[in-house]
Design a protein around this ligand. Structure first.
Ligand SMILES: C[S@@+](CC[C@H](N)C(=O)[O-])C[C@H]1O[C@@H](n2cnc3c(N)ncnc32)[C@H](O)[C@@H]1O
Length: 233
């Protein structure tokens, strides 16, 4: 099916995401897959720190879906550090147009993110930091402009969960290369989790080599199956 021009990442000839149910899809694949709500709930009272890594940031759809989920969760005192990376950053205007289709579901969150992102100098490589105050607590977005392996290497504290969302392995094998997946494994704490939309053999093998135990789970929308993983040591 032809990709509508506003959804096309021309660097990879691929869409940023499937536009139908993309917010619900994010919740099923990435948030159920990594178990974030269960993990936060199990932490009990007091500040609940949680570190996330994402490849790649794109139009921020996963971030918006996550904030929406946490806002509705009823859990409080959460401190999320959201580390993401983007090799081909888009303008805030483009971001608004790509995620504008979800305005009915998450309009105020789109405005929040687009406003914060519009302060990012996208021509400047390295970390860009934004802090968002929410009903659930605080979310700190650390966005690395540059290549994914640089961002992973720049992390000083391992993540609790990874959202692997960097286009399909046929369109973008680089973001699934074994060297990068190994580095992601090293920057995941023991019993940390990961999730992705692809069940491709090369991705499964790369994640296993990186120390994750992987498991298929039922897909969502057009996808029959998706993948989740847990770092065992
Ligand atoms: C499928 S899109 C991400 C969608 C995003 N998670 C969202 O929900 O809006 C994949 C993104 O990864 C970026 N990307 C691809 N290869 C990369 C790499 N090697 N390093 C950093 N970013 C990369 C692409 O430019 C694209 O924006």
């Amino acid at each position: 099916m032809k990709i509508p021009p506003y959804l096309l990442n021309e660097h990879y000839d691929d869409r940023y995401f499937d536009v139908v149910n993309a917010i619900e899809e994010a919740k099923h694949i990435f948030f159920n897959g990594t178990g974030i709500i269960d993990i936060l709930t199990a932490k009990g009272p007091g500040t609940k720190e949680f570190r996330i890594g994402e490849t790649g940031f794109g139009a921020g759809r996963l971030l918006i879906a996550l904030i929406d989920l946490l806002d509705r969760s009823g859990i409080t005192d959460i401190a999320i550090t959201y580390n993401s990376v983007e090799l081909h950053p888009i303008t805030s205007e483009r971001m608004a147009s790509i995620i504008g289709g979800f305005r009915k579901e998450v309009g105020p969150l789109i405005d929040l993110l687009v406003r914060a992102y519009s302060s990012v100098e996208i021509s400047k490589p390295g970390w860009h930091r934004m802090q968002l105050d929410r009903p659930f607590g605080i979310l700190t977005l650390n966005l690395w402009i540059g290549e994914a392996l640089e961002m992973v290497n720049a992390l000083t504290i391992p993540c609790d969960a990874w959202f692997l969302d960097g286009h399909g392995p046929k369109k973008n094998p680089d973001i699934w290369r074994p060297e990068l997946l190994m580095a992601i494994g090293e920057k995941t704490r023991t019993y940390g989790t990961c999730a992705t939309f692809t069940v491709a053999g090369a991705v499964r093998r790369g994640l296993v080599a990186a120390g994750f135990s992987v498991e298929q789970m039922p897909g969502f929308g057009g996808k029959k199956a998706v993948l989740k993983g847990m770092k065992l040591k």
